[in-house]
Ligand binder design. Structure first.
Ligand code: SF4
Length: 271
């Protein structure tokens, strides 16, 4: 669920990104600025239950079966040791972080001990940087399981990816590798208190910006009642050339529609 930042805007797209460690610092996040990023998913390419055509991570082509049965994830204890080191030895030349982001090389809740990992991050945060919020990015595909729901509740801000308002658009824009339906996901999200919604919009052959798509997506927002809504587009060079980033104007038009229909004012991030 990577949301790492870059210095360029949608007209200057960057190539796919990779990770070299379980903790990245100092890191940049498009929404939160200077952060410490926890990557629970290792360094061998993307580990995700979605296959979004706009994804900015290098593809791994792992099936869900391989992720569940064969993949070796970094140990909670080792990630904790890395995080402790970074938080203890924060360099004076590094910018002050605004948050600990749990995101990384795909969908963080696929880590088999994500609940224990979130507890470990909270323990370290409380001990070493009590003022830092812990913010989790998730695609919510695993949210119906108790373990992932527990882990999500630990986060101070739960940023849930909703790019689609119906199952047809979900298949186009997120291409899930798991059997899932939006209704079940919405029900799971509604059990979590105070969620934020993070949505990526793209145009081109694979678009989620058609009027009907936006209407259905706003209806979903109404069912969830998020405390914040973040609107973004891709800033990296998608591996799929059918993807075209949304323009700033398109994102603001979506934001205006949301505000008119729900009273909620989305935050638009264009760079
Ligand atoms: S949810 Fe989509 S954008 Fe995020 S890591 Fe998975 S495939 Fe990439």
């Amino acid at each position: 669920m990577s949301n790492a930042a870059t210095k360029v805007g949608p007209n200057l797209l960057e190539p796919a990104r990779t990770y070299q460690s379980s903790v990245v610092a100092p890191a940049k996040d498009f929404i939160f600025g200077n952060v410490v990023e926890v990557n629970p998913l290792g360094t061998n390419g993307r580990v995700c239950s979605f296959n979004c055509p706009y994804c900015d991570l290098s593809q791994s082509f792992l099936t869900m079966n391989e992720i569940r049965k064969k993949l070796e994830f970094p140990k909670v204890q080792d990630i904790g040791t890395e995080l402790r080191h970074v938080l203890t030895h924060w360099k004076s030349t590094w910018p002050t972080p605004t948050a600990i982001i749990v995101s990384g090389n795909g969908e963080p809740t696929l880590h088999p001990q994500i609940d224990h990992l979130m507890e470990e991050i909270r323990t370290l945060r409380d001990e070493l940087r009590p003022s830092l919020p812990i913010n989790l990015y998730t695609n919510a595909a695993q949210l119906a399981t108790n373990k992932v729901a527990r882990a999500t509740q630990i986060a101070d801000e739960k940023l849930i990816k909703i790019d689609a308002g119906n199952d047809t658009t979900l298949k186009i824009i997120n291409a899930p590798l798991v059997r899932m339906g939006l209704n079940k996901t919405i029900n799971a999200i509604r059990k979590i208190k105070d969620v934020s919604i993070q949505s990526i919009f793209i145009s081109g052959t694979l678009s989620n910006l058609e009027d009907k798509q936006i209407d259905d997506w706003i209806e979903v927002l109404g069912m969830i009642g998020p405390k914040k809504i973040y609107l973004q587009t891709t800033r990296f060079q998608p591996q799929d050339n059918r993807v075209v980033p949304a323009t700033e104007d398109q994102l603001h038009l979506v934001a205006q529609k949301v505000e008119r229909r729900t009273g909620l004012r989305p935050l638009v991030f264009t760079r």
